[in-house]
Write a protein that binds this ligand. Structure first.
Ligand code: GLP
Length: 243
């Protein structure tokens, strides 16, 4: 119950109450939170106080809103290993999550200077550009822009629908691409105005920007990927050995 005499504002106490219920499992991931009105009645406070508490928990990624339905409990952040070269689909299915994609752009373009540099190609050579929102259990988790050397996968865009298929599975199984290692860099930053709506977060919320170049077994880069992950949904884990 809330304590009027506490030095903690009432909305902070409501936040703590909700976080406690999440921690004990009473409020389970992806279930609906009681309504603002219910909380206000339960605690004998105004809806405005409840609304402030919910807003802060939404901003912190602990709750999310489904328009027209209500406020829901977020899932725990997804813990990813850093040492293995996996695809988004593999990472998520390994965790019994349901990955899907929304294709924003899928076309052949001419490599600009940056892409050409990373793929070790001459400028203006054809590359396959695939921009996707990656979702887990229907909620966006990352925005991914992949540039793939077009000559290794002729007609890939006419023959495959990447809202349904895994890029890595297609490259491996249909084009015999033997992917062996990747170089990846990470940077924490704020979501830009353009990215935020795709990730369903506010502009300025924390995101993890990851760039990857992936190589085939003969050390040739075939993929350059710029991705932006929601900061509240991802944790990376690596085992570091002393050498
Ligand atoms: C991960 C990698 C990307 C890769 C993608 C392929 O997200 N960081 O570099 O392009 O997986 O995903 P999928 O095979 O699920 O389409």
């Amino acid at each position: 119950m809330l304590r009027e005499d506490s030095s903690k504002p009432l909305y902070e106490q409501i936040k703590e109450y909700i976080l406690y219920k999440i921690q004990t499992g009473e409020f389970a991931p992806n279930t609906r939170l009681p309504s603002e009105r219910n909380f206000a009645k339960q605690f004998g406070v105004s809806r405005l106080t409840v609304s402030k508490a919910l807003k802060e928990l939404i901003q912190a990624g602990r709750l999310y809103v489904q328009i027209g339905k209500g406020t829901y409990i977020s899932e725990d952040s997804i813990d990813l290993q850093l040492e293995t070269l996996t695809s988004f689909t593999e990472e998520m299915t390994d965790r019994q999550q349901n990955p899907t994609s929304r294709v924003l752009q899928a076309e052949l373009v001419l490599a600009d200077e940056n892409i050409a540099h990373h793929l070790k190609l001459p400028i203006a050579v054809s590359v396959v550009l695939l921009r996707r929102v990656r979702l887990v259990n229907k909620r966006p988790i990352a925005l991914e822009e992949s540039s793939i050397v077009a000559s290794i996968c002729p007609n890939i865009l006419t023959n495959h629908d990447f809202s349904q298929e895994s890029l890595y599975a297609v490259l491996r199984e249909k084009y015999n691409v033997m992917m062996t290692y990747a170089e990846q860099s990470f940077e924490a930053r704020a979501a830009t105005e353009k990215e935020a709506p795709y990730l369903e977060i506010a502009t300025g919320n924390p995101v993890l920007s990851i760039n990857r170049v992936t190589y085939t077994q003969d050390n040739k880069p075939f993929e350059y990927v710029k991705s932006v992950y929601r900061g509240d949904r991802y944790k990376f884990r690596a085992i570091l050995r002393r050498i």
